[in-house]
Design a protein. Sequence first.
Length: 413
Amino acid sequence: MNNDLVLYWNETAAELFNLHTNPGSDARRFAIVQIAINDAINTIRPPHDRYAYQGTVTPNASPEAAINSAAYKILYWAIDDIISYRKKSVYEGFPPFPFNDEGAYQKILDRFKAKMNEIHDSSKKELGCEIGKNAALAIIAWSKRDTNYKNLKIRTNIPPDGTADNIFNGKYYTMPNATPPLNLTPDYNKLVVGFGDVKPFIIPSPTSFRRTLNYDLMNKNEVKDHGTLAHYNTLSPSEKDKIDYWSNLKQHIVWNNFSVSLIKSRVMNAEKTARLLAIIHVAMADGAICMFKDVYHFMHWRPVTAINYPLTTPVWASYKLTPRVPEFPSTFGILGGAVGEILEAEIPGNINIDLMHTYPNGTTTTLNYTSISKAVEDNAVTKINCGWNFKETALQSIAQGREIGAYVLAHMF
């Protein structure tokens, strides 16, 4: 069976999930969708293992119906999850992020009906529908058992840190032997409280791959010189494109689309495609859990704080608005490193893919990559140019992500 239908529903999910709630919830949601589709098809054509659903292997069922049914059921759940997150964030004082609830439900229903109409009615179709539904329900049940995810808290009373309204707070993050001391209560500056305690899909624990933070290697001057708008304006158009493309906070979408482009450049059947997409998104989800656990363990200051400290009025601003989470490790490095490790193992050989970037004014540009590792590096290291990360953080985070990716690949299916 070719992979067209698996990719169709992946692209539908990517359209639906093209928003930014937080990197953990975004990655976890996509992973659950891909697990449901993997488990559905591998209940009928099982060259690979399943994750949540362990129903009887049924080779006489329609794999197309199973994929459609799993996608329909799990994407409805995903819409509910997005709405639940939005309600929680609005309750805490955030403005509601744009999401068309009814339009999303209708889009999934319309696409499900269209795809099911392509399959002739038969007992195989009915069996496939039942398998797909049960595969989705199994991973939904797994998700619901995680009370830590259900009890996530979203905070708005966070000290500003960045360039918004030219506000600066030097007490946002910790530093070694700070004078005066930077004392923070445990949850004082957590954007999302508790995501580091969410249950991982595969890795043993959120601290299994923790790196060592070496303060002495954090080069403030490098970021000070290269992480400003003034420096950005000196760069070539291609260098600017690279920085702006990889600064996308929706890493679950960036790396999904990169992976899909690579999959489409190869001949890959439906079963292998479903497995690979599930592994990629699980690695990102587990990587995000590690990131949240570690950033609030180290509480390392961002460059904007480090460069301005101990001033109370900023004299240096990052090129892009600094994300309001601590600096070490980096989401970009971990998620990109995890996906890169998996893709290099599963799709070896030369690559040649084009990535399209659209600016807010509608201008488009294309980035070409002939190396997965180069894409992983650019994704993390360009955060120096954004003014967000130190280079040492980027490199350590890539290494951490690669370890996570290798572990998930070895232990998932």
